[in-house]
Design a protein around this ligand. Structure first.
Ligand SMILES: NC(=O)c1ccc[n+]([C@@H]2O[C@H](COP(=O)([O-])OP(=O)(O)OC[C@H]3O[C@@H](n4cnc5c(N)ncnc54)[C@H](OP(=O)(O)O)[C@@H]3O)[C@@H](O)[C@H]2O)c1
Length: 313
């Protein structure tokens, strides 16, 4: 039995290309005490991998099944969520595992839990207006859905192209060709957040995945609560954010809530009560196709969460 692994190749920096990845065939690793061998079923791709790739690491959130075990709490066949190298098989410490259903990868690899954590951190109340930046991404698209489920009165967003603006505001009932169900959206590459939000109207809560916080502080009105989720612009090669205007933060009584979903394990049950969520996604078949899919994600060619079906041909 062999293990297909994709390794990062030492990068010279700049925009990554296919030369930054190497496909390697190796022996399947053996689990030691307190470990299991996992046959990966799905890996999640994300912008965070741009930073990891530059650092020489390819680790992704993954769901799979225990294929060999030294721990009776995780017998063979158990579905598990873990952080995995890009490989068909991986060994993991059972202390780092959570059980999960490999036949329902979106529920554990989609962005809904992060979305709920951020919207709770910002204290979203029914009837309020939410602005989601980076709204076509894995977490942003989930934030739109979760905000609705929490009773948001109006959900607006921004994304990086006119094509994706149309996708955001399309009707989700339109099947696979349908949209993400946002009430309104703007292109944050074609215009500033200040100008976009001025047209879309006042917001109560911001779910921010872009990290253009200085602009946000200028754009929003008094007492806006901002959940700081990510920094896509900096992660994907954009300029660092300029310094925050602290007098504006104070003068407008803004609340900035940094959060990580990992801090809120109890949210799983709340999410289950709110859902299920039909999360926008694409599935890429085969581990060998993952490098190109990741480059496409970095270039903004995907929308929603991008999963790699590891065991496909
Ligand atoms: N706090 C937490 O617990 C937590 C958890 C998960 C993720 N995060 C963070 O949240 C952020 C969003 O994660 P995600 O998984 O939703 O991201 P993602 O789906 O991997 O993001 C991909 C999107 O990034 C956009 N993009 C591409 N190039 C860009 C650029 N130069 N500047 C700005 N955007 C660009 C593209 O959308 P456009 O075509 O619209 O540009 C693309 O659809 C990331 O920063 C991630 O690290 C935080």
């Amino acid at each position: 039995m062999t293990n297909i692994e994709i390794h990062p190749v030492h990068s010279t920096g700049g925009v990554p290309g296919l030369g930054d990845f190497a496909v390697v065939t190796a022996a399947v690793p053996e689990p030691g005490p307190g470990q299991v061998l996992i046959r990966n079923r799905y890996l999640a791709l994300g912008a965070v991998l741009r930073t990891l790739l530059a650092e020489g690491t390819l680790i992704a959130r993954a769901v799979g099944e225990v294929a060999a075990s030294t721990d009776p709490a995780f017998p063979v066949g158990t579905g598990v969520l873990h952080r995995s190298p890009w490989s068909t098989y991986a060994v993991a410490d059972t202390s780092a595992l959570r059980t999960a259903d490999p036949d329902d990868p979106l529920s554990c690899l989609g962005g809904a839990l992060t979305a709920l954590a951020g919207l709770r951190a910002a204290g979203l109340r029914p009837g309020e207006t939410v602005y989601v930046s980076g709204a076509a991404g894995a977490v942003g698209s989930a934030a739109g859905r979760v905000a609705r489920a929490l009773g948001a009165g109006r959900v607006v967003g921004s994304t990086g192209s006119a094509r994706k603006v149309a996708l955001l505001t399309g009707d989700p009932a339109g099947g696979p060709a349908g949209g993400f169900g946002f009430d309104a959206a703007f292109d944050h590459r074609a215009e500033s957040i200040v100008s976009g939000l001025a047209r879309l109207g006042p917001v109560d809560v911001v779910f921010d995945t872009l990290g253009r916080v200085a602009e946000l502080v200028e754009a929003v009105g008094p007492r806006t609560r901002i959940a700081l989720c990510g920094a896509l612009t900096q992660q994907l090669g954009g300029a660092p954010d300029p310094r925050l205007d602290l007098t504006a933060v104070i003068g407008k009584r803004l609340s900035l809530h940094g959060f990580t979903a990992a801090d809120h394990p109890g949210l799983d049950a709340q999410l289950a009560e709110l859902g299920p969520f039909a999360l926008p996604h694409s599935i890429i078949d085969g581990l060998a196709a993952a490098p190109q899919a990741l480059l496409d994600l970095f270039a903004g060619r995907h929308a929603g969460v991008v999963l790699v079906r590891v065991d496909a041909a």
